[in-house]
Design a protein around this ligand. Structure first.
Ligand SMILES: NC(=O)c1ccc[n+]([C@@H]2O[C@H](COP(=O)([O-])OP(=O)(O)OC[C@H]3O[C@@H](n4cnc5c(N)ncnc54)[C@H](O)[C@@H]3O)[C@@H](O)[C@H]2O)c1
Length: 324
């Protein structure tokens, strides 16, 4: 099969490219390199089944040319990362809503199935755990711009499901929970690579707020394994799935584990959110997925423990800092 991956030069996209090529598929990547980079694919460029097309999902002509020639579209391109969203609020909404609408219209025109990347952020301020796909979104006020990301992704889901339910083309939606691993950039507000970089440089490791906010972390290889399973499963069409890990950890505890596993001398420092973001920043206290639907559909179980994930990120960040 030939796949188009929008945002395929990004963190998750580059790992997904690898998995699809390894399975004998051809892959077209459309990416404008906002937060990703073709360097993430450089080790794959010898494979003649990979084509990198620099460009934006905002460009309807490129989309028509590409969507018309593939069998399946995987839409990952988005404005991503809390820091990036806060620094580029309007452009982020336009990319995630208008850009996604263009991808959906191209899928409708050429009747191509779509896999859509959504996010655990759509659950917003829900505090119970674990979160099920049918749970309500509890989104904060519009004056707090971080919620625009959750709203834009929720709108993407509504639009995609509307096309699916009209019979225009099949859609599968995955809500990724914090996904981490090699090649993830610390530049846009992702906590794991940032803490690891601070630890390996023996700089203060900064934990925002009181550090009690908790998350689960998924190794990107587990995430990609789940995506591959869903792509191959006909019953996944029209459905929404959580993809995430099961080991809940507070960010303070995460910092301690990173410090231990990297044998760092860093101090761990609590920093108020207002010093990092703006004064009215809000964060979700807890985010843990219920992955039973995914387990039932594709018999998925995460293979990487939190410590293994942290070790992989440490080796990747050390290797990159040695290269620079
Ligand atoms: N990593 C996570 O923890 C996580 C969690 C939830 C959801 N997601 C979703 O997964 C997807 C991939 O995220 P990622 O973590 O790999 O981030 P990423 O930033 O590495 O990947 C996004 C890619 O999209 C590209 N892009 C952005 N705007 C574009 C445009 N207009 N046209 C073409 N390409 C564009 C970027 O250059 C980048 O390569 C995103 O949709 C994101 O919302 C990721």
């Amino acid at each position: 099969m030939r796949y188009l991956i929008t945002g395929g030069a990004g963190f998750i996209g580059s790992h997904l490219c690898e998995a699809l090529l390894d399975s004998g598929h051809a892959v077209y990547v459309l990416d404008d390199e906002t937060t990703g980079s073709r360097a993430n694919l450089s080790h794959l460029f010898t494979n003649r089944e990979l084509r990198f097309i620099p460009g934006s999902i905002a460009d309807e002509k490129i989309l028509a040319r590409l969507v018309g020639t593939v069998h399946h579209v995987i839409h990952l391109a988005a404005a991503v990362g809390v820091k990036y969203i806060l620094d580029h609020p309007l452009q982020s909404i336009l990319t995630n809503v208008v850009g996604t609408e263009k991808v959906l219209q191209a899928c409708r025109e050429f009747e191509k199935p779509l896999f859509l990347a959504s996010t655990s952020e759509v659950y917003g301020l829900q505090t119970h755990a674990p979160l099920r796909e049918t749970d309500y979104s509890v989104i904060g006020a519009t004056s707090v711009s971080r919620w625009s990301y959750a709203c834009s992704k929720a709108l993407d889901e509504f639009m995609a499901l509307a096309f699916h339910n009209q019979g225009a083309f099949p859609v599968t939606i995955a809500r990724f929970f914090n996904t981490v691993g090699p090649r993830q950039s610390p530049a846009y507000g992702m906590v794991m690579p940032r803490l690891v970089d601070q630890a390996i440089r023996n700089e203060a490791m900064t934990v925002y707020g009181d550090g009690s906010q908790s998350r689960t972390f998924t190794h990107v290889k587990d995430c990609v394994h789940a995506v591959m399973g869903l792509l191959a499963h006909p019953e996944a069409a029209g459905e929404v799935y959580n993809i995430g890990g099961t080991e809940e950890v507070s960010i303070l505890e995460l910092a301690k584990r990173v410090k231990t596993l990297s044998e760092s001398q860093s101090e761990i420092k609590l920093v108020p959110y207002s010093e990092v973001y703006n004064r009215n920043f809000e964060d979700m206290p807890r985010r843990v997925p219920d992955i039973s639907k995914l387990e039932k559909t594709i018999q998925f179980h995460p293979q990487y423990s939190l410590d293994e994930i942290i070790r992989d990120v440490i080796s990747d960040r050390k290797r990159r800092s040695a290269l620079n």
